[in-house]
Write a protein that binds this ligand. Structure first.
Ligand code: TXA
Ligand code: MG
Length: 332
């Protein structure tokens, strides 16, 4: 399904030229497409915020071409940061570290920390290595909406507001990177994502703290942007367990004025005829890979309601459950 080398070297050259000139380049990563700008160019970074419609105190992740660059972007590279970078980069893990003094406050939303990651995608790595510097990039969608996992999603969302879109096929992982804050006494997971908590703990050798709520009292304020209402399609999202799904669908059909759809991992039996079943999402890994496409499909089909049966809440399933919960919270 993925086509990670669809981009030609002249497209990479063109993308580098756009970045050097302060323009915006959307590029594929293994998680979602990013809306990239030269992280050292404040005017370019400001354009990212304005195109996304995102508050300027929500920091951007800086993407790097290799793990060695950690030394120039972090004030100090702790043994834990080195350990995790060595174990998971390139890969869907973002490390929050104290920023080095050369990192612009425009990127960090005025914070003393910076989020860094090396993406695991051939086109992203080629671009980063040809560019040489850091590329600041949020997901290439308008603020609060569903993240893009194909180049067509980016074009549909941002149109002419982005100077160049590199097409690297459909994103393999499909949900965003896991964010780990390394600036406290113990590593804290602020966003679940492509690297599971189990894998982090395996490498660290101890349990990590998980604080993925957006409520400041629960620590969510450490990652502004982790709003409860996020990842929102137009359709109203209702979550259901597999056991309750028939009743939930019947209830949705009774109360909704428009079409009702269903997204589940497998084909379910006993459903009312009127429900529009989207193609089953499969295992938790497959579910993550197709989640955002399915949410967009719900909107294309003009569904009023999409009932979702999430995968088990373990491994990457944690991230799928988190995104679905936020999408559901957005639609109340
Ligand atoms: O998979 C990903 O991480 C994708 C791809 C493009 O790399 N990027 C992504 O970026 O999801 P964005 O901007 O949509 O989400 C980044 C999250 C935001 O919630 C932001 O607040 C948080 O990371 N973040 C980034 N730097 C931070 C910092 N210094 N302190 C606290 N939170 C930070
Ligand atoms: Mg985003």
């Amino acid at each position: 399904m993925t086509n990670e080398s669809a981009t030609t070297s002249s497209e990479i050259d063109q993308a580098v030229a756009v970045l050097r000139a302060g323009g915006l380049v959307a590029f594929p990563t293994e998680t979602v497409y990013g809306l990239g700008a030269d992280a050292s160019n404040d005017a370019a970074v400001a354009r990212v915020f304005s195109v996304k419609g995102r508050p300027t105190d929500h920091p951007l992740i800086v993407h790097l071409g290799d793990a060695e660059q950690l030394d120039s972007w972090a004030a100090i590279v702790t043994p834990t940061a080195r350990l995790l970078a060595d174990a998971f980069w390139p890969g869907p893990l973002t490390l929050l570290v104290e920023r080095s003094s050369s990192v612009s406050l425009a990127v960090t939303g005025g914070r003393s920390t910076v989020g860094l990651r090396v993406p695991d995608h051939a086109v992203a790595l080629e671009l980063l290595r040809a560019f040489g510097g850091g590329i600041a990039a949020p997901s290439a969608n308008r603020f609060g909406r569903v993240s893009p996992t194909t180049a067509a999603h980016v074009v549909a969302d941002l149109g002419d507001d982005v100077d160049l879109v590199l097409d690297g096929g459909a994103c393999r992982v499909g949900v965003e990177s896991t964010i780990v804050d390394l600036t406290g006494e113990v590593p804290v997971v602020l966003r679940t994502g492509g690297i599971s908590i189990d894998r982090l703990e395996e490498v660290l050798g101890y349990a990590v703290e998980v604080q993925v709520s957006a409520e400041p009292s629960k620590g969510g304020a450490r990652a502004p942007g982790m709003l409860e209402a996020h990842y929102a399609p137009e359709a109203r999202i209702i979550l259901s367990s597999e056991n309750d799904v028939v009743d939930v669908v019947i209830g949705a059909l009774a109360s909704s004025t428009g079409p009702v759809g269903l997204l589940a991992g497998t084909v379910l039996v006993g459903l009312p005829e009127d429900v529009i079943e989207l193609e089953p999402a499969g295992t938790a890994d497959d579910y993550a890979a197709v989640l955002y496409s399915r949410l967009r499909q719900a909107d294309r089909l003009g569904l009023s309601v999409l009932v979702c049966v999430p995968p088990p809440n373990v491994g990457i399933g944690l991230a799928v459950n988190d995104r679905l919960r936020r999408a559901a919270a957005s639609s109340i």
